[in-house]
Design a protein around this ligand. Structure first.
Ligand code: URA
Length: 241
């Protein structure tokens, strides 16, 4: 990870506006590895020990939140009229510039990753890395083997665009309930793929991103930071170290 400026770190760790963090540094209230540092632009290594008024500051360069998106909430950072997934956590992280790494439709539910790590988001979404996204879907008619074969061969959408190969698992007791595994994220992809077979999507819930499953303890609207293990496995799936 690149070294970061002291004022940015103090602002982030103490949850202060950057201007207040600068003032605290200039006033000699911040210590870096045991010595007062009055330079807001000082580059700081990840392993550095920081204190403000003698209290240790813990900081992370990036934040990674697992959110269980409820229906009716937009997958966006901000919207002038409608509630967004970032609005669900804004009070807790007012100074983080979070965005969803990949979108779910407004009426879809489930796992959205909120982060301020553009590199990881890009890697997760890049078709080059083929990171799997898993969805539980209910249909307005039973799924069948023709759909299953079509998904496995690569569905061609009504506009002629050919989708990457996808997996369709059909529940034996109720074939209107299926699991879909995709390796890309095209607008309304699952709805349009089923549309090719004349089927409508009733509900759509993302249950996993790569190897990380949505925590069943999270009620709709709730969120929590990824564990270290979850983040590690997501980075590996996205081809990062
Ligand atoms: N495919 C869709 O059609 N909608 C989603 O929200 C996600 C995948």
């Amino acid at each position: 990870m690149a070294d970061l400026r002291l004022d940015k770190l103090v602002a982030q760790a103490a949850d202060l506006p950057r201007s207040q963090a600068r003032r605290a540094i200039l006033a000699g209230r911040v210590m870096l590895d045991g010595a007062v540092c009055r330079r807001p632009d000082q580059k700081v290594e990840q392993t550095a020990r920081l204190t403000l008024d003698g209290d240790p500051l813990c900081w992370e360069e990036h934040l990674y939140l697992m959110v269980n998106k409820p229906a009716g909430v937009l997958s966006a950072s901000r919207d002038p009229h409608q509630q967004t997934v970032v609005d669900l956590v804004r009070d807790r992280y007012p100074r983080r510039e979070l965005f969803p790494a990949g979108r779910l439709d407004k009426d879809s539910t489930g796992f959205v990753l909120l982060t301020d790590d553009g590199a990881l988001a890009h890697a997760l979404l890049s078709p080059r890395h083929h990171v799997e996204k898993t969805y539980k879907v209910t249909l307005d008619l039973p799924a069948d083997e023709k759909m299953q074969r079509g998904f496995a061969d690569g569905v061609t959408l009504a506009d002629g665009e050919r989708m990457l190969l996808a997996r369709l698992e059909i529940e034996a007791e109720d074939p209107t309930c299926v699991t879909v595994v995709l390796h890309q994220g095209v607008y309304h992809q699952i709805k349009r793929m089923f549309g090719v077979f004349g089927a409508g999507v009733r509900t759509l819930h993302r249950s996993a991103i790569g190897p990380v499953r949505l925590d069943p303890q999270l009620a709709p609207g709730q969120s929590r930071p990824l564990t270290e293990q979850e983040l590690k496995s997501l980075r590996e799936a996205a081809g990062e170290k």
